[in-house]
Design a protein around this ligand. Structure first.
Ligand code: HXC
Length: 515
């Protein structure tokens, strides 16, 4: 062969492989309303930055008609690219090639990308669209999953890991996304379940559609398996790009700092930020947006456990992880799901050098048989553990109620907060004034000629004495009492002071978090 012939052969091989499963399969994918693997990478990455590896990898399977069967890229496109000019490692499963099913060679390509992400210190983004373990390859495909899970775990806390579910993700395959930090789902496109509707019908005689069982709404609103719910694939990629803008590339870096600092759109006003009536709900997102740069808040798990709000913002150009009770839902109580949601987020921020900002207004842990039997003791403990374990700067703003265990749990001084500020509307006590007065003044109330007005009097007495920030401040548990309008400036100063914050960590193999 001449050099020209060799080059032509190379070009024709490349062109064939770039077409994935071929024109008909690509057309089928389009008809399903789905982008193909290469279109997805183009939408995710900076223009022309994709740097592919392993295009020519082939499987070696022989059974069930696999001998000699050519599968472009073995059903997955892998490599590197840039997002906002910063490097990332990526893989996109190609459903047009035997349903993106995972055989040994397919898994090895993913594993190689994961290893490179760890070695070179860059985030890993996995685009999942697959029928699961390639049935014809038997145990070889199962071992491929094991190799991936092992690396997802070993990379946890080393580089950020993001999964996007853009098609089926069934059986054991779901455990790779579940081991990553953030899972994106798209309305009517994503499906995740351990066993699908057919198996459930056969084994349990229960009927449910795939969408109801494991669709995007289910995982973002009910199970909490997904962190971001969006309407289109394009939106998913835009959101991933935004998410990455808040994060460092690896645990050895600090998050990027924005040079252009835009003030919040609506700064906090001291007099009307919290309703005058202490029992009235309000939306804490308004307060978050009144504190952070440009009011630009990227909420995580927006549809799940809405009694707590978590997400990323910037103060003074620096990324902060925000955890805030949400009085608008269940009065902002802490329950099983809210504890899980916040604890995992805190651990992510701690792993990637992101300071924590906690905004407190909670009446406490949710009482009830359901919560007790669902393990609120164990789940609630995760929050205590995550805050206590975190060694990033921890700033806490008490806005209104901080009662009982929840006062301690919401990043109090006692769990290692570096700086605690309280607004004049703060109430720090063992419980709310009504409950407390009924217990400690029980005798006075029951023996009174007018128990109702006596109770009111005692509630007022308790409120005057305890439902304020001054006792906690007199003990040094609160560092400063400030007006709400001073919050942003105070936090900017606190973050600047904490720039080189270091804390001693006891040497041990690892702790044993309640899971
Ligand atoms: C081999 C597969 C495959 C698989 C799909 N295909 N899944 N090939 N192994 N697991 C192939 C199909 O044969 C077909 O090939 C092409 O992909 C497209 O699939 P269709 O069925 O035509 O598409 P669709 O109707 O959209 O249905 C998609 C699907 C369905 C819902 C994913 O294919 C399906 O149910 N697949 C099996 C899912 C499954 O049970 N997987 C194993 C899970 S257990 P042709 O040649 O016709 O185009 C598992 C264990 C992991 O993953 C354990 C880890 C610990």
């Amino acid at each position: 062969m001449t050099i020209i012939e060799k080059i032509n052969e190379f070009l024709s091989r490349t062109s064939r492989l770039m077409k994935g499963g071929g024109e008909a399969s690509l057309e089928k994918q389009k008809k399903r309303g789905k982008m193909n693997a290469r279109e997805r990478l183009d939408a995710l990455l900076d223009g022309d930055s994709f740097f592919e590896i392993d295009l020519f990898v082939e499987h070696t399977a022989k059974d069930f008609g696999m001998k000699g069967k050519q599968l472009a890229g073995d059903g997955v496109v892998t490599g590197f690219g840039r997002v906002n000019g910063r490097s990332v490692a990526v893989y996109a499963q190609d459903f047009t090639v035997v349903g993106g099913s995972l055989g040994k060679a397919h898994a090895d390509k993913i594993v190689k990308t994961m290893d490179s992400a760890g070695e070179m210190g860059m985030p890993l983004i996995g685009i999942n669209d697959s029928g699961g373990a390639r049935i014809q390859e038997g145990v070889d495909s199962l071992c491929g999953y094991g190799d991936i899970f092992f690396r997802n775990t070993r990379l946890s806390g080393v580089v950020p890991q993001i999964s996007v579910i853009l098609g089926p993700c069934a059986g054991g395959a779901v455990y790779s996304p579940a081991l990553t930090d953030f899972v994106f789902v798209v309305d009517k496109i994503s499906n995740m379940f351990i066993t699908g509707p057919q198996v459930i019908k056969t084994v349990l005689d229960e009927e449910i559609s795939a969408e109801e069982l494991g669709g995007a709404k289910t995982h973002s609103g009910i199970t909490g398996n997904a962190h971001f719910y969006v309407m289109t694939e394009q939106e998913a990629f835009q959101q991933i790009r935004k998410l990455l803008s808040f994060l460092p590339l690896s645990c050895s870096e600090k998050p990027p700092v924005m040079e252009d600092i835009i003030p919040p759109k609506n700064a906090l006003n001291s007099t009307d930020v919290i309703p005058a009536d202490r029992t009235k709900p309000y939306c804490v997102k308004g307060i978050i947006k009144g504190i952070i740069d440009g009011s630009d808040f990227l909420e995580v798990q927006e549809r799940y456990a809405r009694n707590i709000v978590i997400g990323f913002g910037r103060i003074d150009g620096k990324t902060v992880g925000i955890i805030a009770n949400q009085p608008q839902f269940l009065a902002g109580v802490l329950d099983v799901n809210a504890s899980d949601k916040a604890a995992r987020f805190i651990r992510f921020c701690d792993a990637f050098n992101i300071p924590l900002l906690t905004l407190v207004d909670t009446p406490g842990y949710l009482p009830g048989i359901d919560q007790e039997h669902s393990g609120i003791i164990r789940h609630g403990a995760k929050l205590l553990y995550a805050y206590s374990e975190a060694t990033v700067p921890k700033l806490t703003v008490v806005m209104r109620k901080a009662y009982g265990g929840a006062y301690v749990a919401m990043c109090s001084r006692h769990l290692g907060a570096n700086f605690v500020i309280a607004w004049p509307s703060t109430e720090i006590a063992v419980m709310g004034p009504e409950g407390a007065a009924s217990i400690i003044f029980k005798k006075e109330i029951s023996e009174s000629d007018d128990p109702e007005s006596m109770k009111k009097k005692m509630v007022q007495k308790y409120e005057d004495k305890f439902a304020n920030p001054y006792i906690a401040a007199s003990r040094g548990y609160v560092d400063q009492i400030i007006e709400p309008s001073e919050t942003r400036e105070t936090l900017i100063t606190a973050l600047r002071l904490a720039k080189n914050y270091k804390t001693n960590v006891i040497k041990r193999r690892h702790g044993n978090m309640p899971v």
